[in-house]
Design a protein around this ligand. Sequence first.
Ligand SMILES: Nc1ncnc2c1ncn2[C@@H]1O[C@H](COP(=O)(O)OP(=O)(O)O)[C@@H](O)[C@H]1O
Ligand SMILES: [Mg+2]
Length: 244
Amino acid sequence: MALIEVKDLITSFDSKVVHNGLNLEINEGEIYGLLGPSGCGKSTLMREMVMLEEYTSGSIKVLGYEINAIRSKEAQKLRKKWGVLFQFGALFTSLSVSENIALPLKEYTDLSSKIIDEIVSFKLSLVGLKQSDAHLYPSQISGGMNKKAALARALALDPKLLFLDEPTSGLDPISAREFDDLILKLKDMFNLTIVMVTHDLTSINNTLDKMAIIDNKKIAVQGDLNSVLNTSSPFIDTFFKALK
Ligand SMILES: Nc1ncnc2c1ncn2[C@@H]1O[C@H](COP(=O)(O)OP(=O)(O)O)[C@@H](O)[C@H]1O
Ligand SMILES: [Mg+2]
């Protein structure tokens, strides 16, 4: 079943056209990669899917809702069903790790602070952080720990859908592989559907079930790694050189 359907999507900023007739479907239970050259509109597409950016025309359906036509009450309901990990500024620097993770629970639920503390503590352990990390601030922890904490926050409301924008970029190789393993574990535990922007070849190889390559404002190729490797384009030939 398709949890996300993008049809004939056009996105333009003033005169700059970013997507021009982009189509894709993401099925339940998949880890789906968005790939392509820098500036091709990967982050923009992801931001459109989570209602942080408006598109010009076409349609994006997420969990059955046409998000351009959604009423504000439904939009609020929908926002609770996904978690997002942005590439930059993943955590609020003025809040501790536990305050960051508690934020969506405070904003979207009326759970008591005792229950919220318990959920925060559970999410910390899920992503492999220690309870003693809870009171630390983002500037006091490593890049890998920042990403784990941001992931714990994205998982705070038990989402069905997880959006990750370049989660391993800037991490050292060991932390990056740890993050891949964590994603696979969480996907299995919670039957998550994951949309991930990435240009990390190892991560692509380790985690993605399917991927779409955005090139020339639309999807150039879509499929699993093998079918992408069997396709030739200047971007694919250069980007996947090490795997081809
Ligand atoms: N809010 C915006 N206003 C104007 N241009 C934007 C905006 N957001 C993104 N863009 C432009 O859209 C293009 C795609 O950006 P982005 O989605 O961030 O690319 P990617 O994530 O693939 O590197 C870039 O040229 C960027 O400058
Ligand atoms: Mg980007």
